[in-house]
Design a protein around this ligand. Structure first.
Ligand SMILES: [Fe+2]
Length: 137
């Protein structure tokens, strides 16, 4: 499964979009490590980076929602929580060093990124737009 940054992934909020771009870059780095000769230790470092960045990004996005009183913050936070838990589990399973599981993880990440971004994060960006319009009519 392929992933490169596309215009269609932009939600229209500079902060969210720039963080999403980094997220895609990390997925690409993991994919590259897999396609080349890699050792499991190296992959482990990248997965650590992925996990920490995802945690940071969710925290950052939740603060954006807080600061503009986003009405679906609780719902969105729950989604983040579930996704992060799933990611932790999948990475944990990889300690078994199963090549197939690594490919599954990549598919999960891309699928998750595209679905979550296009559906949920887009809603935050639309809300912020309206929020800013109502603040500065
Ligand atoms: Fe999100």
């Amino acid at each position: 499964m392929e992933i490169t940054w596309k215009k269609q992934y932009e939600v229209g909020n500079i902060e969210i979009d720039s963080e999403h771009k980094v997220f895609v870059e990390i997925i690409c780095k993991i994919k590259e490590a897999i396609s080349q000769q890699y050792d499991w230790k190296q992959l482990g470092y990248l997965l650590e980076e992925l996990l920490k960045y995802t945690d940071f990004h969710f925290c950052s996005e939740e603060n954006i929602m807080r600061f503009c009183n986003y009405p679906k913050l609780k719902y969105h936070r729950e989604k983040h929580h579930i996704l992060l838990m799933e990611l932790r589990q999948k990475i944990h399973v990889l300690q078994g060093k199963d090549q197939e599981k690594v490919n599954e993880l990549i598919t999960f990440l891309i699928d998750w990124f595209i679905n979550h971004t296009l559906k949920e994060d887009m809603k935050i960006a639309r809300f912020i737009e309206n929020f800013q319009i109502s603040k500065n009519p």
